[in-house]
Design a protein around this ligand. Structure first.
Ligand code: 0O2
Length: 208
């Protein structure tokens, strides 16, 4: 089926909505680039290791809306699906995650609506990350809009685990045998232990 046919007379509204998500990603990526530079300039160290952006794909959006039994229209997308625009901030150390959160909390161009701490409370799969559902301020030519986005903040170790596990399990859970699932949970604990150890080493070095 052609995309235009799928969205029917809402096609233009969906397209407009997607542009707003793209603008939010551009805005967030640029803001984070500036903070990164500022931290490096002033402190010689930035908690941001790197940033990755992604737009949720249309099939993934439709799957999520169907799973949540939402009407497939633009208003419902805007109100209920908060991760169409996605930003992932990767850090070296676990403490850096919370340093970034503290910074984001001070900004008046960002409203943090929900904080999901999967580090304090990992998912049963072993997944660890800090998720923020935010609204980001976007200046259009003639008005200001607040666009929903999801910010995921995690260490390199958490990111390595999540990216690898995603390939093996997340979308195809039924294919992964239970022993492998256990091993993945164990691998997530090892990644967490590595974060703890690196944090401890950093602390020792900073003390000297
Ligand atoms: P993609 O490709 O990243 O878009 P909610 O909106 O709260 O009702 P949702 O969206 O399931 O429900 O929220 P959640 O669980 O807080 O965040 C989902 C996202 O977190 C996923 O996005 C993944 O990016 C990541 N994630 C959550 N659990 C796992 C896990 O067990 N393993 C891995 N590797 N990643 C996980 P999407 O939409 O699934 O995919």
């Amino acid at each position: 089926m052609e995309i235009e046919e799928f969205f029917g007379d809402q096609f233009h509204q969906w397209r407009e909505c997607f542009r707003y998500y793209e603008m939010a990603i551009t805005e967030l990526e640029s803001d984070l680039g500036i903070i990164d530079l500022d931290w490096q300039t002033r402190l010689g160290y930035s908690p941001i290791e790197h940033v990755k952006t992604r737009m949720k794909t249309l099939p993934s959006i439709v799957r999520k809306m169907k799973r949540k039994e939402l009407p497939l229209d633009v208003e419902s997308l805007w109100e209920n699906v908060h991760d169409v625009a996605g930003i992932r901030i990767v850090t070296s150390f676990r403490d850096d995650i919370y340093a970034i959160l503290r910074h984001l909390e001070t900004r008046d161009d960002l409203k943090i609506e929900v904080v999901k701490d999967y580090i304090e409370h990992p998912k049963p799969s072993g997944y660890r990350s800090l998720h923020l559902i935010v609204k980001t301020k976007v200046y259009l030519a003639e008005r200001i809009i607040w666009v929903p986005a999801e910010i995921q903040i995690r260490t390199l170790a958490m990111d390595f685990w999540a990216a690898t596990e995603h390939k093996l399990q997340y979308k195809y859970q039924h294919d992964v045998p239970s022993e492998s699932r256990e091993e993945l949970i164990e691998a997530a604990r090892m990644a967490d232990a590595l974060d703890t150890q690196m944090g401890r080493i950093r602390h020792e070095i900073l003390k000297t």
